[in-house]
Design a protein around this ligand. Structure first.
Ligand code: PGA
Length: 249
């Protein structure tokens, strides 16, 4: 049975005191839910967040990591550093990492390998740009992103992977994919997995949707059969909005 997951990606927001305040609100509100709940604060606040969060109800995850295990990579953070502060899951391949930090499929394949070798679970993000959708290329783009970064893996690796479909045109824009657009793409993604790895991998894969998910649209998006949760940006920065989205399950 695949899991429902709601993950809040805080991006480069919230200093230490804001992190403390938001976690304190979330701790009060999120006790039990029908989804796994995750938050991804900045690197500098991961340890504090890990300590402050009620681990039975909210998992603290990282937004990124480097592919090398250690060494001369000024400013970077390794998998073992994340593990050492209690982190068990890392987001990789977010469109902002791809667009602003030149992370391509080859780099992401290395990052995925390093994360899995360190027993980190991966939330792997991908999604087409507006021009791709306008030209009807969205499935080809998404298929290539998944294949290039993940299809060198054995089927057994996929139990530690969560997929997050995030159309770039819907991230932070207020424009959401319609529930039908999300469902169509998620169904296509599951079929792509099924064709390569069979139904065991495909049926058990949690596929999250990300891109302007809000309390007002979460329920309808999450009601689609192939949508197993959400990766939430802007709305994850307000406790009551994030809580309402978690409660949409
Ligand atoms: P958004 O961001 O919810 O603000 O659109 C989603 C994401 O980037 O994960």
């Amino acid at each position: 049975m695949r899991k429902n997951i709601v993950a809040g990606n805080w991006k480069m927001n919230n200093d230490l005191s804001q992190t403390e305040a938001l976690i304190s609100d979330l701790n009060k509100q999120i006790k039990t839910s029908n989804a796994e709940v995750m938050i991804a604060p900045s690197f500098t606040n991961l340890w504090h967040a890990f300590e402050a969060t009620r681990q039975d109800s909210i998992e603290v995850v990282a937004q990124n990591m480097h592919f090398a295990s250690n060494g001369a990579y000024t400013g970077e953070v390794s998998a073992s550093m994340l593990k050492s502060v209690g982190i068990q899951t890392v987001i990789l391949g977010h469109s902002e990492r791809r667009a602003y930090f030149n992370e391509d499929d080859a780099i992401l394949a290395q990052k995925v390998d390093t994360a899995l070798a360190n027993n980190l679970r991966v939330i792997f993000c991908f999604g087409e740009e507006l021009a791709d959708r306008k030209s009807g290329n969205e499935e080809a783009i998404v298929e290539a992103q998944i294949k290039n970064a993940l299809f060198h893996l054995d089927a057994s690796a996929f139990k530690n992977i969560v997929l997050a479909y995030e159309p770039v045109w819907a991230i932070g824009t207020g424009e959401t994919a319609s529930p039908e657009q999300a469902q169509d793409m998620h169904k296509f993604i599951r079929k792509t997995l099924n064709d390569k790895y069979g139904n065991q991998v495909a049926d058990n894969m949690s596929i999250l949707y990300g891109g302007s998910v809000k309390p007002a649209n979460a329920k309808e998006i999450f009601s689609k059969p192939d949508v197993d949760g959400g990766l939430i940006g802007g709305a994850a920065l307000k406790a009551e909005d994030f809580y309402a989205i978690v409660n949409a399950f």
